[in-house]
Design a protein around this ligand. Sequence first.
Ligand code: UDX
Length: 438
Amino acid sequence: MTLRVSVIGTGYLGATHAACISSMGFEVIGVDTDPAKIALLAQGKVPFYEPDLEELLAAEIASGRLSFTTDITGTADCDIHFICVGTPQQAGSLAADLRFVDSALDAVAPIAKAGSLVVGKSTVPVGTAERLRQRLAAVNKDVELAWNPEFLREGFAVEDTLRPNRLVVGVTSDAAEKKLQELYQVNLDANTPWVRADLPTAELVKVAANSFLATKISFINAMAEICEAAGGDVTVLARAIGYDPRIGNRFLQAGIGFGGGCLPKDIRAFMARAQELGAEQALEFLREIDSINLRARQRVIELVRNDLSDDLAGKKIAVLGAAFKPDSDDVRDSPALDIAAQILAAGANVVVHDPKAMVPAQKRFPGLAFAETIDECLADAELVLHLTEWKIYREIDPDAAKKLVKNAIMIDGRNALDREKWIAAGWKFRALGRSSVQ
Ligand code: UDX
């Protein structure tokens, strides 16, 4: 008999996971406490922008395999319950807020049937799974707990979920591993590497991977600072070191740094947890990774002041990009939006454009002005900031753009534009880590 699966928490991770597991042929019920979110999803609508997800969701609902509810008792006969709720940063602390994880566990524990499996997917501080295992056992001793971290990237969520580069399962029994192998059989058939681990290791894999990625980005941004001081070019440096397969060329794009709902909060929560474990020294370097990352935003603002004036009051500055990265409408901890907001606070007249993230950006910073089109954004600008590397910005014609702006000054915060083309069109072109260019 085919497995029945519940997915508790239908945000970014849960909605994607539910649709993808359904597309593998399983019956899936998505559960959330937010009735508005459930109502949207049930109509096949995704409350955020993610390429391919809406089509998949609609197709799976139409197939009859995927449904949504706010009532967790409707999942009582499921064989596997995934916990996919958020673990945001606590206000006033570096640590993660585990309230949603705890309440999801408390909701499913009494109703899960004997022999079923509760599987955590949320990113949590190490030790949480063992604590939840005991909490579950106290209520329902016939249900096991496992951990199966998720490595999906926004913008590639469907692809990463359907074709992950590895599957990691933290289990305490062979039976639990077997059940997860049954679920992921299609991936195993495609030779996806399978890593069985204990619960703490499975939890750590996720934060270790994100810490490594954050470190790679901050490393290249530190090199960008050195290049600026020494007159070098970080883009050439990154390309040159990236040819070494031990280093690799991915995640070496210097610029305004990392943001989003994962990397920043995960490295902070990891440091907080290490301190609780008495191992804070081991992760002291992550504090530096965080500082380098935040410093990149200040360096862009310094470039703006150098080119315009220390006093930004009334200056019209065009900002291309608000999302934390392209192909996403997510503005959580977005470096682009943070820079826009800081320049606004300094008195500038900031006009922002983003192909997908304008509505969430406006919600967060109602004081910013937003332009529907790139042309409108650029009109009469005294300086242009390129802060999220959407493809459409690489397609801007520098000659045409020059006719729209007041001053042809471009600061490329992502090192993604074709510098020679912009310079040839008569622009002053600035970029982080490429100080030799005038
Ligand atoms: C990340 C991890 O990649 C993913 O495996 C995990 O499951 C969740 O967190 P995501 O938050 O979607 O995914 O974003 P990612 O693509 O990793 O980018 C994070 C940030 O780093 C973005 O702000 C991006 O602009 C920035 N970045 C990325 C750089 O500044 N330079 C780079 O070279 C790469």
